[in-house]
Design a protein around this ligand. Structure first.
Ligand SMILES: NC(=O)c1ccc[n+]([C@@H]2O[C@H](COP(=O)([O-])OP(=O)(O)OC[C@H]3O[C@@H](n4cnc5c(N)ncnc54)[C@H](O)[C@@H]3O)[C@@H](O)[C@H]2O)c1
Length: 329
């Protein structure tokens, strides 16, 4: 049974700790959080002990570290856990700095650490099935991918200050998904953005409405649109066009019940936000990591995937700021 140390008992740390505890294949041995009560409450729920980050990373009875602390701590904690010989599942992003990710991945490579990055959308049952069919050639050669991703409501403007901006914080998921779907690296990125939802987000130097176009060296195109506000819920759709047709995956509604009246058809609202919409994806992601570590396989997505998504996010940010297309190395 794989023994986890969980760092961070906030929104996403709770989701992952519950999956581990319910898996039957692994257990949460220890939990650390800067807020003692958060650690104690989650530890009591999943049958773990509370300890400090340093104690957990050094603990002999811990095999794997799950990092769910705020982003600025990820790279340091990955390096410390790697130096201690632990397997690591780290939430996205590795760091807001490409240079820091590169340094961190050198340590991981030197130690031959097992490292997986939490790009959960790859594990959504619908998106994963769509990508599998793409690779099996269901619509021939992939030519054009379209990803629509809108949050139900914007975060407070003070969150934006430390988030790294919409491209590094929110669109990073879609940038990774575009690489996952298209199966090639993007070499050019062009972005547009505006603060149309909340002008205070604009005052903080960020935008809340964004569109990105990217192209691979062979010419394949991805288009991503993001908004921090959707009156109807968490809008998550993808569509991939190929030489023999198209595959798409739409939103998931609270129920499949439809009401028809003289005014037309009405469906229930879509699942409200990420913990509901991607609940199964988060569980599948953690189970995939557990299975990979238990069987000695390399888990995916990797640290390299984290680095590539960050490069695209940086290029998109620069393109938005300069108004010019950017090349990606
Ligand atoms: N994959 C996803 O869909 C997804 C969703 C949400 C968050 N995330 C990522 O997960 C990370 C955490 O986000 P969150 O929303 O759970 O944040 P959160 O603020 O809800 O939780 C973070 C927790 O870490 C604790 N903490 C802060 N500094 C710490 C430290 N040095 N050591 C130990 N604990 C510390 C805080 O007290 C808090 O309880 C972020 O990097 C975020 O980008 C990913």
């Amino acid at each position: 049974m794989l023994r986890f140390g969980v760092l961070g008992a906030g929104r996403i740390g709770k989701v992952h700790a519950r999956t581990i505890a319910a898996s039957g294949k692994a257990k949460v041995a220890y939990i650390a959080d800067a807020m003692p009560k958060a650690a104690a409450d989650l530890a009591a729920e999943v049958g773990a002990k509370v300890a400090s980050v340093e104690e957990i990373i050094a603990a002999k009875d811990v095999d794997a570290i799950l990092i769910a602390t705020p982003t600025p701590f990820h790279a340091d904690q990955i390096e410390a856990a790697s130096n201690a010989g632990k397997s690591i599942l780290c939430e996205k992003p590795v760091s807001l700095s490409v240079e820091r990710i590169e340094q961190c991945l050198k340590v991981v490579e030197k130690n031959r650490t097992t490292l997986m990055i939490g790009f959960n959308r790859r594990f959504d049952p619908n998106f994963a099935a769509l990508q599998k069919r793409l690779r099996e050639g269901a619509v021939g050669n992939v030519e054009l991918a379209t990803i629509i991703s809108c949050d139900p409501a914007p975060p407070p403007p003070e969150y934006v200050k430390s988030s790294g901006g919409i491209f590094r914080d929110m669109m990073i998921h879609d940038l990774d998904l575009a690489r996952f779907l298209v199966g090639e690296e993007f070499v050019t990125v062009t972005a547009l953005g505006a603060a149309l939802v909340d002008p205070r987000i604009g005052d903080e130097g960020d935008c809340d409405t964004a569109a990105v176009q990217m192209q691979t060296a062979s010419g394949k195109i991805a288009v991503i649109t993001n908004s921090r506000r959707a009156a109807y819920g968490y809008d998550q759709r993808i569509e991939v066009h190929g030489s023999k047709g198209m595959l798409r995956a739409g939103n998931i509604h609270n129920t499949t019940v439809e009401a028809a009246t003289a005014d037309g058809f009405r469906a229930d609202p879509i699942l409200h936000f990420f913990t509901e919409r991607y609940g199964q994806a988060y569980a599948n992601e953690v189970l995939s990591f557990i299975d990979a570590v238990a069987s000695g396989k390399t888990p995916s997505p990797s640290g390299h995937d984290g680095l590539q998504a960050q490069k695209l996010a940086d290029a998109a940010t620069l393109s938005w700021q300069t108004g010019k297309p950017q090349k990606v190395s």
